[in-house]
Design a protein around this ligand. Sequence first.
Ligand code: GDP
Length: 302
Amino acid sequence: FRRLQERLGKTRNSFVSQLDQLFLGKKAIDQELFDELEELLITADLGVNTTMELLDEARKRVKRGQLGDASALKALLKESMLNCITAPERDNIMVPPENGPLVVMVVGVNGVGKTTTIGKIAARMAQAGKSVLLVAGDTFRAAAIDQLKVWGERTGCEVVARKPGADPASVAFDGLDYGIAHNKDVILIDTAGRLHTSVNLMAELKKVRRVLEKRLPGAPHEILQVLDATTGQNGLSQARLFHEAVGVTCLALTKLDGTAKGGIVANISRQLKIPVRFIGIGEQIDDLRDFDAREFVEALFT
Ligand code: GDP
């Protein structure tokens, strides 16, 4: 918890300290306080809609006399933020099925931290005794293939890769084939993230998905989208694009250590209604956390 708090330092320092500053010495809740609060929440990337809803609820409670002072307002804020964060509808996200491998297709725009997140997940699952296979499905960039191989070495996991320019769907198919034949518990499939040709990219991802389904009914069990928390609203529209194309089942939000806008977690969760499964709080192999909404909000507000 301490480490999480420490890594969320930027958001804590800007958002929460400013919040405290705002409330400092204020007993009454007046219009001025609401105005300042609105600005602060939007700046923290909580999003206009989320902010407005939150403040509307606060105003209602003030009217009903249910919100006496500034500290009660702060408590409401914390509660609302927690409510915004989508609780997962199932508790088996990223859990291997009883028979056969867990097949995860990982999607996201270049640079968001996709390869790093795959490496971190592989490390963690390997540590838990699972045999993990990495599949280099981003055949568009030679560097992406190399980088995945580096993570394979680092984590002691096998990698299925072909030459740059190979058909991503056939690499995915071969990877799944190999993983099934070698009794892998988890198969993590990297995919391309070049956004300048997003139409082709989405068609490519759909094809990868179809091929996986065909090879193993039920696969891919998860489509994990990696989003960079520092990109704010931009990240949200990226997320929609991928979701519409392939149907994202869970999210990993990276670089939360590098942003003062931790409010993005609540915003993304509320807008997309897709559960955040992991958060990235640094570049190192063990800087990946299971996302726990309560722990996250506590770390921000405590
Ligand atoms: P990809 O293009 O999506 O595969 O992105 P990479 O995995 O290559 O990551 C891009 C950069 O972001 C690298 O320098 C990573 O070390 C860095 N990165 C990834 N995740 C995190 C994170 O949670 N925190 C920080 N600070 N950096 C990260």
